[in-house]
Design a protein around this ligand. Sequence first.
Ligand code: 9MR
Length: 382
Amino acid sequence: MLGALAGATLLPALALPGLSHAAAADAAEPLKEIARRKGLRFGTAVGGGRNQFGDAAYRALVERECGIIVAENEMKWQGLEPARDAYRFGPADAMLAWARDKGMAMRGHNLFWQAEKWLPAWVAREDFGADPKRGVEALMRKHVKTVCEHFGSALDSWDVVNEAVDPADGKLRQNALTRPLGAIEQIDLAFRLAHEYAPHAQLVYNDYMRGDAGSARHRAGVLALLAELKKRGTPVDALGLQSHIGSWDDIDGGKNQGTSGRQRDLAEWRRFLDEVTGMGYGLLITEFDVNDRRLPADIARRDAGVAAAARDYLDLTLSYPGLRDFLLWGMSDNISWLQTWDEAPRKDKLPMRPCPYDAQLRAKPLREAIAAAMRGMPARQA
Ligand code: 9MR
């Protein structure tokens, strides 16, 4: 039944006035197939709410386009263990069952999110006893063991540590787990535990550094972290490039306007990726979307600007043949986290258009940019 729905949902996209023939042709060839021919897995995050996993048309779109999914929130520690020992695996299990039924792979996101506000509130209040170091180690072990054993080999890639570097100064963030252990020791332990309980899985450090000047400290901090982990022999396989690209720079105080700014940022990004891969780490794109807050209100111009930014970024990032997974953070504009994230709204308060499909699930120029970038990229390494 969902298969039939998928066709019905996508027909309007084929008939959409203004879409080029190329875009119409791409709507006929699923993004996952374009990716698969080159040895890449293409997919998206899926949220558990009514407008995503709860919506048959949205599910059908994901099934048609994606070969891999990740839960937007349902596998986070806060989602799996909202109160101490009160595990709630139901929402994540339902999504995993669906993925398996439809032949989609699934990755795990995330075991430890370093910003204290995203740890479960009960962890911050926890009494770690007379020997807090051992108390933290015991809690971390219980968490990783319980979660990794629950999902077993169903997940072949895990974001083990998420967003450890503070973009403001490039230093490691502190939280209730790092204070007793030390920040680098806690990150090291997280990966060692993941390696112990999910030995089959690719273990990923995931962060949102970008190429622009405002992100320079963030990039430097991530490189320093990866170098230190390498020195310690920590079992980290890859860097997850979240890839929330677009108009962020003015928030961070950078001056990135016009084409020369874009070229300079891309050159910095290449330098960064070269350093990461030079250390022997793999890469993956984990959360791609395009923030359009600097682009004009006019929809055609805005969508063209989003597509152009995506194309530049993807042409460079997908040129690294060790990059094997490419996931978006949502397929359609209406469900994007950017619509409700109040730190960076558009000044005109219009809804953002950061995803390849619009609110009616019609394909946008961003979809064509993604398809074209994947068609043009080199085949992946075996
Ligand atoms: O999109 C997610 C949003 O629904 C959640 O409220 C938020 C907090 O759990 O996390 C968002 O996803 C983030 C991801 O987990 C890590 N990288 C940044 C993403 C966007 O904020």
